[in-house]
Design a protein around this ligand. Structure first.
Ligand code: PAF
Length: 279
């Protein structure tokens, strides 16, 4: 595997490659990321990964400085997966001057859920993904459903901007107890790690009730949040939304069987976890 930090060198290395499949990451790779690499292989060749902890998508009080950086271990994992190139630019390479041109998602999708609790997050994500796509020029790129809203925003962005990149969705990779794998799980203490699957249980509770025909979704959402908060969590939201646009369904849409997803974000101690479940 070639490790490249320079954009011109990356372009030289990939010149003539028309079927590149790309997996952008912020590093600290776990099995979930590796499952994205395996899916990428089915959608193109060569597989290119990137590792870049993108300052633009972190709020002032978020964990940019302490975000885990584990380059040597990450490189060994990617080598094993047969990744062809790892693009690992420095901040100076990707943002040599203040990044004044930004890509901002539309208000409806960009300001709800994660967008409400993490202002600027999706603008940072869209801007860096656009820039990474411009460097790698992939035919396909893989994003996990664990970050459901991110996946949807990037898919819409690629479509509306006529990017020549197909956005591929990868299923969420879960531990045996149901916890979705995430780099931030490493912040959890042993007792928090034991508690963490309760978030997924909360999602399952809401999804099961809706499947059984209980369409009082506001009450279900509040009940699930109360349950978590009673166990010591601080929930930001548990919310049933339409899969099509992540807006809240109205009664008629619920009754008509609109495809739904329930999304959650909650803090356990210092760690903020997100998860979701299609209903
Ligand atoms: O999901 C992530 O790891 C990041 O948001 C991404 C897509 C690599 C952009 O920095």
């Amino acid at each position: 595997m070639k490790i490249i930090s320079d954009i011109d060198e990356l372009r030289d290395q990939l010149s003539g490659q028309l079927r590149t499949a790309f997996v952008p990451t912020m590093g600290n790779l776990h099995e979930g990321h590796l499952s994205l690499m395996r899916l990428a292989r089915k959608h193109g060749d060569p597989v290119v990964a990137s590792i870049f902890v993108n300052r633009l998508q972190f709020g002032p009080n978020e964990d940019f400085e302490k975000y885990p950086r584990t380059m040597a271990a990450d490189v060994a994992k990617l080598e094993k997966e047969g990744v062809y190139v790892l693009f690992a630019p420095t901040e100076k390479e990707l943002y040599p001057e203040p990044q004044e041109y930004r890509v901002r998602p539309p208000d409806g999708l960009g300001n709800t859920l994660e967008g409400e609790f993490r202002p600027g997050f999706f603008e940072g994500v869209c801007t860096v993904v656009t820039k990474l796509f411009s460097c790698v020029q992939p035919r396909a790129a893989v994003f996990g459903k664990k970050d459901y809203q991110q996946l949807m925003i990037i898919r819409n962005m690629a479509r509306q901007m006529a990017m020549p990149t197909e956005i591929i969705a990868a299923e969420t990779y879960r531990a045996d107890d149901g916890l979705a794998l995430s780099s931030r799980n490493m912040y959890l203490s042993d007792s928090e790690r034991a508690e963490a699957p309760e978030l997924y249980k909360g999602l399952n509770f809401v999804a099961e009730e809706v499947r059984k025909g209980n369409l009082s979704v506001t009450e279900l959402e509040q009940a699930a949040m109360r349950l978590l908060d009673g166990r010591g969590w601080k929930s930001d939201y548990i919310s049933v939304r339409k899969r099509a646009n992540l807006q809240a369904p109205d009664a008629a849409e619920l009754a008509a069987g609109e495809p739904l997803v329930v999304l959650a974000a909650a803090r356990l101690g210092q760690t903020r976890l997100i998860d979701n479940l299609e209903i």
